[in-house]
Design a binder for this molecule. Structure first.
Ligand code: 3H9
Length: 708
C-alpha cells in the first residue's frame, strides 16, 4: 500500500488510516488505498469489523480540489469517481465505522455516509460545502444525505454548504455516536459492538425521503431562497435539483442525475471562478520575501486613534478578538458619539442573536475610551484612524514616535496617502505600515496591508497573522496612491460618471453592474460610502492632476450642493426614511446643466458599453498595478475586489473575469475606448504584452511564482 493510506489491525478490527496531510483530501491514490485496505480486511478471517479514520488534523476534507482544474482544462480525463469505492464500503460484509475528527467535508462526508456507521468527536464538523466551489456533491452526497437526515436538512446542507457541528449532526441521524474520549479507542469499541449486527445500507433506506406533497414546499422554498440569497449562482439550484432527484428516482438513477448536474457545474465558468477564489484566499497569505518562519510580535494590547466610523469599527475588531483596546478622541463629544455607535452596533448583533448580552458586555469592557495618550506606551500596536489629511497624520505619527515602545507597530488606516511620507514623521519607519480597513470595519473582511519602503518583514508577518486573528483576509499591497483597491476603484467610478455625462441614465449604470453580479451599482456605492470622501481626497491631490485630462464633473457639483449620499439623505439618489433610493429631478437638472456647460450632446449608451467600460477600467488599471509590483499577483487583486468591493465570487474577480473574456478581446475594447476617450484609456503595457502572447493574468501569476 502507498503511504497515503495505512493499514493495521487491532485484534479483531482492521484500521484504515488516511494519511494525506494537511487535510486528507481524496487525492489520486487515496481512494485506491482505502479500497485496498478494505480488500485486505475482507480477506483476513480474524477481522470482524473495520474502522476508517484520518491521520493528522482531520478525517477527510473532500475531493482534492486541485484535480478539478486538471479535468476541466483537459489535462486529465474524468474517471469513474468515487462510486466504486463507495459501493465497496457500503457492500462490505464486515461493517465499516467512519471515525471522524476535524472535518468530514464533501467527498469526505460522502465516504463516511457509505460506511455502515459514523462516530465522531463533538468538536468535528461535517458538511457538503461543494456549492462554495460552484459545484455540487458528486459522489452521491445528494442521494445518501436525504436518506440519513431527511429532505429539508439535506437540501439546506447541499444548497448552502455550511458546516454542521457533530452534536447537531448526531440529532439529525448523520452521526451514530459522539465519542467523548479518544476517537480511535471509541471507534474500535463501537466497531466490536456492531460487528455482528445486521446492517441496513444507506442507499436502501428510503424512510426519510418523504412524499411528493411533503417535499414540494421544501423545494419551492429552497428555490425561492436561492433566488434571493444566491443570486445568479447555478450550483445551489443544481444541488436542490439533485436532492429532488433522490426523492423521485431510484438510487442508481438519482446518482446518474447528480453526475449530470455535477458535470454541468464543474465545467462552468462559475466553478472555475470559485475554485480560483478558494486557492486565491490561501495564496494571498504567501509573501515571497517574507518567509513563513519570520518572527512576529505578540499583539496583546492595542490602541486606536479616532473614534469615528472607521476607528470605532477597528476598535470593535480588536475587542471581538479578545484584545483590549484604548480608543482615543480629541473631544468628549466625539468620544461619546463613537462609543454610542459601537454600543448600538453590538446591541444590533445581540438582537440578531449573533452573540449574547454577556459577550457584548465583555467586548464593550475591552474598549477603553479616552482623551489622552495614557497607556499608549504599553500598546503593541497603535492604529491611526483619523480623517484623510497628510499634515494631521504626520503630526500624530511624530507624537506617537515619542510615546510608543520601540517594538510597537504603528499602523495608519489611510486609504490613499503615502505610508512612506507618514513614516517619515518618525525615526522608526521600519515599524510603520498601512492597515487599510474597509467600511464598515467591523463587518468587511478585507484588510489591505500596505508595505512602506522600509517596513520590516517582522511587521509585515505580524500584520498578516493579525489580520487572520481579527477574522480578516489580509492582502499585502504596495505604497501607491489609493493602494490597490481604491486605485482601481477610481477609474471604475470615473467611468460610471462619464457614462452618465455622456447620456446613460443613473439607474441604468447601477443596474448594469448589479445585473453583472456586483452587490451594488457604482453610483449607489458612492452614495453609501459618502461622496464627500472622494471630494476631500480630490482636493488633497489637486496639485497632482495633469492638465487637459478629462475629469468627472458631477460628484463635485453634488457635494457642493451638500448631497454627500445616504448620510445627508441625498446624493445621486434621494433616500426615503427606509434608505430606499429614488431618482431626483434636481439631479436630472444638474446633469442637463453639466452636459450643456461641457458641450456634451447626450447619446444612447447600451448595457454592454456600461459593463465593458467599468470592468475593463478595472482590469487595465489592475494590469498597471501588477506590472509595477504593487500587487504580488493578479489573484491578490481579485481577492481584494471580492472582499472589499462587492465583486461577485462567481466571476472570480476583475482580473480573472478579464481572463475569461480573453485578454485579446479586452485589449481590443480598451484600444477602442482609448481612441474615443483619450489618454485615460491608454492600454497598460502588461495587458498589451499578455494579449499579444495569447496569455492570461493567471499564467502571469504562475510564471512569477516559478521565477520567485
Ligand atoms: C468535493 O469533495 C467533491 C465531492 O463531492 C466529490 C466529487 C467526486 N483539496 O484552508 P487551509 C489545502 S469538493 C486540495 O489553509 P484550515 C489548502 O489549499 C471539496 N487542497 O486550512 C491549503 O493549502 P496550502 C469539498 C485542499 O485548517 C491547505 O490544504 N471540500 C483542500 O484553515 C490547508 O488548508 C471542501 O470544499 C482540498 N479539498 O482549513 C473543503 N482543502 O497550505 C475545503 C484544503 O498550500 N477546505 N486544502 O495553502 C476547507 O474548507 C479548509 O481547507 C479546511 C481546513 C476547513 C478543511
Amino acid at each position: 500500500m502507498s503511504d497515503l493510506v495505512l493499514y493495521s489491525t487491532q485484534q479483531d478490527v482492521a484500521v484504515i488510516t488516511v494519511n494525506n496531510p494537511p487535510v486528507n483530501a481524496l487525492s489520486p491514490g487515496v481512494p485506491e488505498g482505502i479500497a485496498e485496505g478494505l480488500a485486505k480486511a475482507a480477506a483476513d478471517e480474524t477481522v470482524k469489523a473495520v474502522v476508517l479514520i484520518g491521520g493528522g488534523r482531520s478525517f477527510i476534507a473532500g475531493a482534492d480540489i486541485k484535480e478539478f482544474g486538471k479535468v476541466t482544462s483537459g489535462e486529465k480525463k474524468r474517471e469513474g469517481g468515487l462510486h466504486p469505492l463507495l459501493y465497496a464500503l457500503e457492500d462490505s460484509v464486515k461493517p465499516v465505522v467512519a471515525a471522524i475528527h476535524g472535518q468530514a467535508f464533501g467527498g469526505g462526508l460522502e465516504v463516511a455516509m457509505a460506511c455502515a456507521y459514523r462516530v465522531a468527536v463533538a468538536a468535528a464538523n461535517v458538511g457538503q460545502p461543494e456549492v462554495k466551489l460552484g459545484i455540487i456533491p458528486g459522489a452521491a452526497g445528494t442521494q445518501r444525505l436525504p436518506r440519513l437526515v431527511g429532505v429539508a436538512k439535506a437540501v439546506e446542507m447541499c444548497q448552502f454548504g455550511d458546516p454542521v457541528k457533530v452534536p447537531v449532526a448526531a440529532k439529525l441521524g448523520l452521526i451514530d455516536r459522539v465519542i467523548e474520549r479518544d476517537l480511535l479507542e471509541g471507534a474500535l469499541a463501537y466497531a466490536r459492538e456492531v460487528a455482528a449486527a445486521p446492517v441496513m445500507k444507506v442507499r436502501e433506506r428510503n424512510e426519510k425521503l418523504g412524499t411528493a406533497e411533503e417535499n414540494a414546499p421544501i423545494f419551492s422554498a429552497a428555490r425561492e431562497a436561492a433566488k434571493k440569497r444566491q443570486r445568479q449562482l447555478m450550483a445551489p439550484l443544481a444541488a436542490i435539483a439533485a436532492v429532488e432527484a433522490a426523492t423521485t428516482m431510484p438510487f442508481a438513477e438519482g446518482v446518474k442525475e447528480e453526475a449530470r448536474l455535477f458535470a454541468e457545474c464543474l465545467f462552468s465558468t462559475q466553478s472555475k471562478a470559485m475554485i480560483h477564489v478558494f486557492f486565491g484566499e490561501r495564496t494571498v497569505a504567501k509573501i515571497p520575501n517574507v518567509p513563513k518562519e519570520t518572527v512576529t510580535y505578540p499583539i496583546k494590547r492595542a490602541a486606536v486613534i479616532g473614534a469615528g466610523t472607521m476607528g470605532g469599527g477597528i476598535a470593535m475588531n480588536y475587542a471581538n478578538a479578545g484584545i483590549p483596546v484604548l480608543l482615543k478622541e480629541t473631544s468628549q463629544e466625539a468620544l461619546d458619539r463613537g462609543m454610542k455607535t459601537i454600543s448600538r452596533n453590538y446591541a444590533g448583533s445581540v438582537a440578531k442573536r449573533r452573540f449574547t448580552q454577556q459577550a457584548m458586555d465583555e467586548r464593550m469592557a475591552r474598549i477603553t475610551p479616552q482623551l489622552t495618550y495614557d497607556g499608549f506606551d504599553e500598546a503593541d500596536i497603535i492604529v491611526e484612524a483619523v480623517f484623510e489629511g497628510m499634515a494631521l497624520k504626520k503630526e500624530i505619527f511624530a507624537a506617537l514616535d515619542g510615546i510608543a515602545k520601540s517594538d510597537c507597530i504603528l499602523a495608519s488606516n489611510t486609504s490613499t496617502l503615502s505610508i512612506d511620507e507618514i513614516a517619515s514623521a518618525t525615526k522608526r519607519p521600519q515599524m510603520v505600515i498601512g492597515h487599510h480597513f474597509f467600511s464598515p470595519a467591523n463587518v468587511m473582511r478585507l484588510l489591505e496591508i500596505v508595505r512602506g519602503r522600509e517596513t520590516s518583514k517582522e511587521v509585515i508577518a505580524t500584520s498578516m497573522g493579525l489580520a487572520k486573528a481579527l477574522g480578516k483576509i489580509g492582502v499585502l499591497v504596495g505604497n501607491c496612491r489609493g493602494f490597490v483597491g481604491n486605485r482601481m476603484f477610481g477609474p471604475y467610478r470615473r467611468e460610471a460618471q462619464f457614462l452618465v455625462e455622456e447620456g446613460a441614465a443613473i439607474e441604468a449604470v447601477d443596474k448594469a453592474m448589479y445585473d453583472f453580479g456586483m452587490a451594488m451599482g457604482p453610483l449607489q456605492v458612492g452614495d453609501l460610502a459618502g461622496l464627500d470622501v472622494g471630494w476631500r481626497i480630490r482636493k488633497e491631490f489637486q496639485h497632482l492632476e495633469a492638465a487637459g485630462v478629462r475629469k468627472p464633473l458631477l460628484e463635485d457639483r453634488l457635494c457642493e450642493m451638500g448631497r454627500y449620499g445616504q448620510k445627508t439623505g441625498a446624493g445621486w439618489y434621494k433616500y426615503d426614511e427606509n434608505r430606499r433610493p429614488n431618482l431626483d429631478p434636481v439631479v436630472e437638472d444638474l446633469i442637463g446643466q453639466v452636459r450643456a456647460a461641457a458641450g456634451i450632446t447626450p447619446r444612447a449608451v447600451d448595457e454592454a458599453e456600461v459593463t465593458d467600460r467599468l470592468l475593463y477600467a478595472l482590469a487595465n488599471e489592475g494590469a498597471r498595478i501588477l506590472e509595477e509590483g504593487m500587487a504580488l499577483r493578479s489573484v491578490d487583486i481579485d481577492i481584494i475586489y471580492l472582499n472589499g468591493y462587492g465583486f461577485p465570487a462567481h466571476r472570480g474577480g476583475p482580473m480573472f473575469y478579464a481572463d475569461t473574456v480573453g485578454l485579446d478581446k479586452v485589449l481590443a475594447r480598451v484600444r477602442e475606448f482609448h481612441a474615443q476617450h483619450g489618454p485615460l484609456w491608454k492600454p497598460a503595457p502588461l495587458l498589451e504584452r499578455l494579449a499579444g502572447e495569447g496569455k492570461t493574468f493567471a499564467q502571469f501569476d504562475r510564471a512569477a511564482a516559478a521565477g520567485a
